[in-house]
Design a protein around this ligand. Sequence first.
Ligand SMILES: [Fe+2]
Length: 188
Amino acid sequence: MDRRRTAHRSSGQFSAGNAGARLRDHPRKRQKAGDRQLAGQNVLPPIDCPFREADEQLERVRKETKCVLVDFHAEATSEKIAMGWHLDGRASLVVGTHTHVQTNDETILPGGTAYITDAGMVGSREGVLGMERTAVLSKFKTQLPARFVVDEGKWQFHGVYAELDETNGRATAIEKIRLTEDEWLIMS
Ligand SMILES: [Fe+2]
């Protein structure tokens, strides 16, 4: 997979030359769905205001579709919750990412926007945020740099399922998806 193409990019938030924001058409549906990524400012490296960027992107995308999906890649739960309220009634789904730990706050906001602070990760549940735990522990305990490698332990699958009304773009359902390798093995 080309990392440059899959990195979280939004045209106005990043310096010129970076890949721009994308509007993904979902061909299996008659209705288009606009898919945007925004990045937060708290803890993460400084970047342009995601709230202002969201306003510009939403105005553009909503001319083409009522179903707008927003991935907000940010560290602070407060910033992600604030973005949910900021986009309530204008986005169909706002999903926070980056912290790897699935939150228990999925909801449909009053304006019809389905929201969760963090969808969680797909990766090993035996490491630390998907990384092999020995190196992470060493770094915490010694404050010395350590080379992180992806952990190969038992996996966990986290995500979100949402239903949208394509006539008005409002969400009608949101559910967390949470599956461990052991649960999957029992089911299969
Ligand atoms: Fe991240």
